[in-house]
Design a binder for this molecule. Sequence first.
Ligand SMILES: [Zn+2]
Length: 111
Amino acid sequence: MIDHVKIGNIPFNVHLANGIPSKDEDRGPKAYGEAFYHEGNIFIEDSQCEAQKRQVLMHECIHVILEQTGHAITVSEDTIVALGYGVTMLLQNNPQLVAYVCGKECEADHK
Ligand SMILES: [Zn+2]
C-alpha cells in the first residue's frame, strides 16, 4: 500500500486502519474506506485483501476528484462504485495506457 497520493494539486496521506473513522453517522458501521478532504487524509480498511484495498483507494480518489470539481453531490455512490472498479481494472489491464497518459512512452522510445 502506498502512503500518499496527490489528487489535483493536493497531497493526501493514505492510512491503513482497523475500523474506519466515519464522517457519515447515517451510514452503517462497516466502511471500506473514507476520504477526509479538508484534513488531507484517506483511510483504507486494513482487513481487506490487497486487490480490494487497491479498488477502494481508487474509489476514494474518485470521491476526492468529484469534491474538488464541485460534483460531489451530483454523482451517485453507485456511479462512483462503478468508476472505482472500472478505472482500477482499466489501469491494471493496460500498463501501456498508463505510460502513454503519463508521457512515458517517449522516454522508452529514446532508450
Ligand atoms: Zn463511496
